[in-house]
Design a binder for this molecule. Structure first.
Ligand code: UGA
Length: 459
């Protein structure tokens, strides 16, 4: 099929490269010349594991073509909208990019005299309830509109594309469902083999469940799923704070909770607070959409506030164990909001660093992927970036682990302790082996873990 994707960000590129792998001819419309130029030159404007190989394969087969603008004369069975819907200052979703894309499609279709059936316009962007019906009105009946939310998580987006838990779709006219089902057929039937350097991705053979819903349901499934996930993490983080006051270990508590099949173990990992471009934005969009309809959603608000509190609580803990921030040198391991990405949007590391700096500390930081992006996006952040964790740790009074990069688990803790001014390690993800760190001479503190006598207070 011929597919045009408006928007060459995470969702647009992963979806585009994935669809090309399934044999579709994909045009990715990306107005930003730098991003488009990178793509045309075979480079990725974003980091996502496995995506570079997919994009190169698609481009070598001529199945993935970047373009500056949508060409109404070019055949398209489907147009997928994968543009951004950032939060406005009042929390509502900014739909200006969706609106501009629809206007482009409307005027393009109105000006073409082609007798082919019009493309199915599919909204993949995360949007508040009511947007798909509104989009259909914007197109004035020139093309049918559908909603098909994405459930791609950064760092695992390629796998998430090929092994979806479910396909949720909404089409105004049931006949249009076939176009979307045909588009995803190899995924739905789990019949594919994608050669990747670290092992082929092969279809599981188990059909993927399809849920056909109304537009409002489809829109709320996406927002509700993210709200549910964020709420789980916020709650487990709150329980971790409680654990520290009553001598309980959060890992045990989370394990016991997650063994209930009605709850399950996923998304119960504690940390310094969740981040990224989706959870915070979507909680706010959901709350704002409800407020516009006179409904007060207290849980998304509480989940959001609890997450902000988790970041403050963790920063305060670092301050307490260091005996104050003024004059301290703190080494931060990990800047990205999660492992497997260089994305810094709403990254807790940035909040922590700003708090440390505001308290009078100096900060050295290491991240295996995100340093260049941090330098570019936050040129005025007075942080010294280190090439290695050892370099970051040199002379520091405290080492704070923020992102759970696997290489940090394999560090030589004895070597790190030797270069530090004080062997204090605060593991914001409960990711490291406390026994190994303590054996190397560190005072080790985690999140929601009782502090051994004598540890957890300033020297
Ligand atoms: C999230 C959802 O997981 C995707 O299903 C969704 O498609 C995507 O948003 C989106 O709306 O586009 P993403 O934000 O990329 O994906 O990453 P997650 O894996 O959900 O992690 C979000 C944050 O939660 C990260 O900071 C992560 O470290 C944190 N987290 C996650 C925890 O603190 N604990 C956990 O147990 C899991």
């Amino acid at each position: 099929m011929d597919v045009t994707i408006l928007g060459g960000g995470y969702v647009g590129l992963v979806t585009g490269a994935g669809l090309a792998e399934l044999g579709h001819r994909v045009t990715v419309v990306e107005p930003n010349p730098a991003r488009r130029g990178a793509l045309a030159a075979g480079r990725l404007p974003i980091y996502e594991p496995g995506l570079d190989v997919l994009v190169q394969r698609a481009q070598s087969r001529g199945l993935l073509v970047p373009a500056a603008a949508w060409n109404p004369g070019q055949p398209a069975d489907l147009i997928l909208l994968a543009v951004g819907t950032p939060a406005r200052p009042d929390g509502t979703a900014d739909l200006s990019q969706v609106k501009a894309a629809l206007e482009q499609i409307r005027s393009g279709l109105a000006a073409t005299t082609c007798s082919n059936q019009p493309p199915l316009v599919v909204i993949r962007s995360t949007v508040p309830p009511g947007t798909t019906r509104w989009a259909a009105l914007q197109l004035e009946g020139l093309a049918p509109v559908a909603h098909n939310p994405e459930f791609l998580a950064e760092g695992t987006a390629v796998r998430n594309f090929f092994y979806p838990d479910r396909l949720v779709l909404e089409v105004c006219n049931p006949a249009d469902a076939h176009r979307l089902l045909d588009l995803y057929r190899p995924l739905l039937e789990q019949r594919f083999c994608v050669p990747l350097p670290d092992g082929d991705l092969r279809g599981s053979g188990r059909p993927v469940p399809v849920q056909v819903t109304s537009p409002e349901e489809s829109e709320l499934i996406k927002l509700g799923a993210n709200a549910m996930l964020a709420t789980r993490i916020s709650l487990i983080n709150e329980l971790a704070r409680l654990c520290e006051t009553c001598g309980a270990r959060i890992a045990e508590v989370a394990q016991g909770i997650g063994m209930d099949p009605r709850i399950g173990p996923a998304f119960l990992r504690v940390g310094v607070g969740w981040g990224g471009s989706c959870f915070g934005k979507d909680l706010q969009a959901l709350t704002a959409a409800a407020a516009e309809r006179g409904i007060h959603l207290s849980i998304p608000v509480a989940a959001y506030q609890a997450n902000q509190e988790q970041r403050r609580w963790f920063a305060a803990k670092v301050c307490r164990v260091l005996g104050g921030l003024r004059g301290r040198q703190i080494a931060v391991l990990g800047l990205a909001f999660k492992l497997g990405t260089d994305d810094l949007r709403d990254a807790p590391a940035l909040d922590l660093i700003r708090t440390f700096l505001a308290g009078g500390a100096t900060v050295t930081a290491h991240d295996p992927l995100a340093v260049d992006r941090c330098r570019t996006e936050f040129p005025h952040l007075p942080v010294r970036y280190a090439q290695t964790p050892l370099e970051a740790a040199r002379g520091a009074q405290g080492l704070v682990l923020v992102t759970e990069w696997p290489e940090y688990a394999a560090l030589d803790w004895t070597a790190l302790r030797q270069v530090m001014a004080r062997p204090l390690l605060i593991d914001g993800r409960n990711f490291l082996d406390p026994a190994a760190c303590r054996q190397a001479g560190f005072t080790y503190l985690g999140v929601g873990v009782p502090e051994p006598p004598g540890e957890g207070s300033s020297e």
